[in-house]
Write a protein that binds this ligand. Structure first.
Ligand code: HEC
Length: 299
């Protein structure tokens, strides 16, 4: 009996162990992130700049690529980034890993700029003789030229989104750009319809649900997210009168746990106060007795 219990326990621990090992290996990167490429062309200079960033931020854990001097005491062990396993990842996957981190691997999204993150990857790639870069056509400096216009038809509940870029040479209509529409809710965003692509004049038409509650005059906060091959990712937030006018009570108006004192029932106030006083009294008692014990010790 005891023996079979021990066997079971060992099996169980092995199962957990092997599961955590699988967990530590695979990176589950969304398809669009996986296909992302750097807009910076990798060359000797970017690799050199990347080396400086790497030496400052990565070498303490990962060691020098190809030197196998990575920190072996962490779990999982930070891989040698020159090794084939890491080099088999796409540039988009490396970028994603740098952005999100996992476990002991920190996220560098807020500590390194996008340019610095790509240059670090450029350095990592310099250890792979077979690597051929695909450069992205995106020019991130162009995203601020983009204007997103909404045209609301409140009769049919349709919203037309037009995307243009104000280039020096004139207005450019963004064709075949990916558009997502969301409505801001208390917690997070609600996607409206599917992802659409702009037509030949840079427009898409969204069917808007008829029954979404808005504020007291029917305003909703609509977030438009544009993803264009050249202009990159742009987001705009718009107040649009297309919801159902709703008089939402504010969170503190009704009785709630975070409510103001004057709306709380008297028995809650009394119970709460007496518990507080009780705890305080016991604390005082403990302190008093501690002094007493010390006094006894001294005597
Ligand atoms: C505090 C230690 C630490 C630092 C600093 C660190 N990493 Fe990591 N890194 C890890 C660990 C641990 C893993 C393995 C994480 C896992 O698999 O869950 C990892 C995984 C990775 C991977 C995935 C490799 C693979 O083959 O799966 C890449 C790429 C990577 N790190 C790049 C970097 C870069 C670039 C930097 C510096 C900008 C950096 N790391 C800084 C600890 C670190």
């Amino acid at each position: 009996m005891l023996k079979s219990n021990i066997k079971l326990t060992i099996l169980f621990l092995l199962a957990i162990f092997s599961f955590s090992k699988i967990n530590a290996q695979a990176w589950d990167v969304p398809a669009d992130k996986k296909a992302k490429n750097s807009y910076i062309k990798f060359d000797e200079n970017t690799a050199k700049e990347g080396e400086a960033i790497y030496t400052k931020n990565c070498v303490s854990c990962h060691g020098n690529p190809g030197k196998a001097n990575n920190l072996k005491t962490l779990n999982p062990i930070p891989p040698d980034l020159g090794a084939a396993k890491t080099q088999a990842l796409t540039d988009g996957e490396l970028f994603y890993i740098l952005n999100t981190g996992r476990g002991a691997m920190p996220s560098f999204k807020n500590t390194l700029s996008e340019e610095e993150r790509w240059k670090t990857i450029s350095y990592i790639r310099s250890f792979n003789k077979q690597y051929v870069q695909v450069v992205s056509k995106t020019d991130p400096t162009k995203s601020k030229l983009v204007k997103i216009k909404l045209d609301v038809d409140s009769l049919t509940n349709k919203i037309k989104v037009a995307v243009i870029a104000n280039e020096i040479k004139g207005v450019v209509l963004l064709k075949d750009a990916e558009i997502n529409m969301f409505v801001s809710r208390y917690f997070g965003k609600l996607q409206i319809g599917k992802t659409l692509r702009t037509d030949s004049v840079g427009c898409v038409l969204f069917d808007f649900p008829k029954n979404l509650p808005g504020d007291s005059i029917g305003n909703l906060e609509i977030v438009i997210n544009v993803n264009d091959e050249i202009y990159g990712e742009i987001e705009s937030i718009n107040k649009v009168k297309i919801g159902v006018p709703t008089n939402k009570p504010s969170l503190t108006e009704k009785r709630a746990i975070w409510n103001v004192l004057k709306l709380a029932p008297w028995w809650i106030i009394i119970t709460y106060t007496s518990i507080l006083l009780g705890v305080g009294f016991i604390l005082l008692l403990i302190i008093k007795n501690l002094f007493k014990i010390r006094k006894l010790g001294e005597d």
